[in-house]
Design a protein around this ligand. Structure first.
Ligand code: GDP
Ligand code: MG
Length: 210
């Protein structure tokens, strides 16, 4: 809808953490999202890898378009929280916690991962990926359990499959929206205040007297 104003273009670079137990599909979700690829082979290299992905989010009501450059941090080959280095978490703006629907213990570990993120990064937004939904026969978790888990963390969750690509775009889109929400609201408020000020007579600047 054209309302006579120019759409404001904003650009942000943000750091996103991938957390969750080993072999739940963290690396596979990023590979699916960024490169649209999947491999059945499990390569547990030690270290971390950052993958960049840029996408746009439109906010019609505020007349704002945000270009979000996400740096997605993936710990390669870690097995538990104790192995995840503090440096990995530092300065993150959001997180994706991943669990594997075929292993109930990976769901049980989710609150611990989220708590670790909040402990080191503050109250940053997150999203829960209930991955490997394609492995229907091997499923060890019900929908109600995942919902309860997500509600407990106050995050949205998705049935995901890095293998088929199910909801992978949605997962990152939701995260991007959550990251940008406060920024866009703040921006719209500042714009409204500036517009209000422009309507009022300007205060005289007294200046410095010598
Ligand atoms: P990470 O340790 O959390 O990074 O897990 P990976 O991404 O390396 O995946 C571990 C294993 O699970 C690999 O063999 C993947 O091919 C497999 N995998 C990952 N995601 C899925 C999925 O959605 N469906 C199926 N069937 N296998 C998956
Ligand atoms: Mg990995």
């Amino acid at each position: 809808m054209w309302r006579g104003g120019r759409t404001e273009q904003l650009e942000y670079t943000k750091k996103v953490l991938l957390v969750g137990d080993g072999a739940v599909g963290k690396t596979s979700l990023v590979r699916r999202y960024v490169h649209d690829l999947f491999a059945d082979r499990y390569i547990a290299t030690i270290g971390t890898k950052t993958t960049r992905k840029e996408f746009k989010l439109e906010y019609e009501a505020e007349d704002v378009c945000v270009t979000l450059d996400l740096g997605i941090w993936d710990i390669l080959g870690q097995k538990g929280i104790e192995k995840a280095h503090q440096l990995y978490f530092e300065g993150a703006h959001a997180y994706i916690v991943v669990c594997d629907l075929t292993r109930a213990d990976t769901l049980a570990a989710v609150p611990e991962w989220a708590a670790r993120v909040h402990e080191l990064c503050g109250k940053v937004p997150g999203v829960l990926a209930a991955n490997k939904v394609d492995l229907v026969e091997d499923r060890e978790a019900r929908k109600g359990e995942v919902t309860a888990l997500a509600d407990g963390l106050g995050v949205k969750w998705f049935w995901n499959s890095a293998k088929t690509g199910e909801n992978v775009e949605m997962l990152f889109y939701e995260l991007g929206t959550k990251i940008c929400e406060p920024i866009v609201t703040q921006f719209a408020q500042a714009k409204a205040e500036a517009a209000g000020r422009a309507g009022r007579p300007k205060k005289k600047f007294a200046g410095l007297r010598r």
